[in-house]
Design a protein around this ligand. Sequence first.
Ligand code: FO1
Length: 314
Amino acid sequence: MALRQKIAVLIGGVGGAKLALGLANLQPTPQLTFIVNTGDDFWHLGLKICPDIDTLMYTLAGVVDPQLGWGIADDTTCVLAGLRRRYAIDTWFKLGDQDLALHLLRTEAMRGEVSLTDFTSAIARRLGITATILPMCEAEMPTTIHTRDHGEMSFQEYFVRRRWQPVIQRVRYGSRQAASVPAPVREALAKADLVMIAPSNPWLSIAPILAVPGMRELLAAASAPKVAITPVIGGDAVKGPTAKIMRELGLAVSARTVASYYDGVIDGFVDDLRNPHFSMDGLRTTRLDTLMTDLERKVAVAQDTLDWARGWVS
Ligand code: FO1
């Protein structure tokens, strides 16, 4: 493997950002490229919001709200208060004032026809982030949730407004415009020494990335090993709706289900020590402690995964 390892990571959500922080704190630090889910993106109050990109940027910049895992620590909410009190607007999506600053800039950039890729790179640099952060595609590909009792709804309507309580029947990874894999993402996958799939929600955070036309083919063509880390630990998700969604889709809540879901995409799977052992034809597996409770554990999961992958490549 190259001296300064190039790692491309498919990632989304708060769970994914924990691994990202671990990877970014490795010594020596690998050359990191994060390919981020934008299926959660939406327009709200006239602004373009990219929650997974922002969560990752705020986490790597060390400014994320540690309790929530998204938004900026100690942010104020004066604008939301104004909208609520003076104009009786339902402020169900919590946008802090400093967070709003980023949405204003992004919206202006989008109107000026700056690409999301270029805008994100500029902001990441400004925040002092050395890793490369790339949106999965330029076109809008909003994820839509089909629920049993409330029909179809947008991702944030399901996730935030209704607190992921509606029962899911189907998830649709949509495209309003022709979508394709951006050139920097292609390059990162082609040059990577290792491709990782973060322990993000497979159905809500990773599937939208895999749904970008051409993405699966690029992953198949990449010569690097492709390794996913389980989001299921001890028969449950650490946080968020992963286990609930699996049950609603009629799937067993297990790491094996996740590994099967990534069949044809990955050749290695990092399972957790707490899960029952399983094996699948053609899939290398290892069992590690993957719980990322503090920075030390995040770094350990990143390091252990790399050491394992290095071992079976050399
Ligand atoms: N998540 C919530 O549960 N409630 C919110 O009000 C909320 C606001 C929000 C604002 C900006 C941002 O970047 C993220 C925000 N999130 C919020 C998190 C986010 O919507 C979800 O965690 C992801 O989309 C799922 O990965």
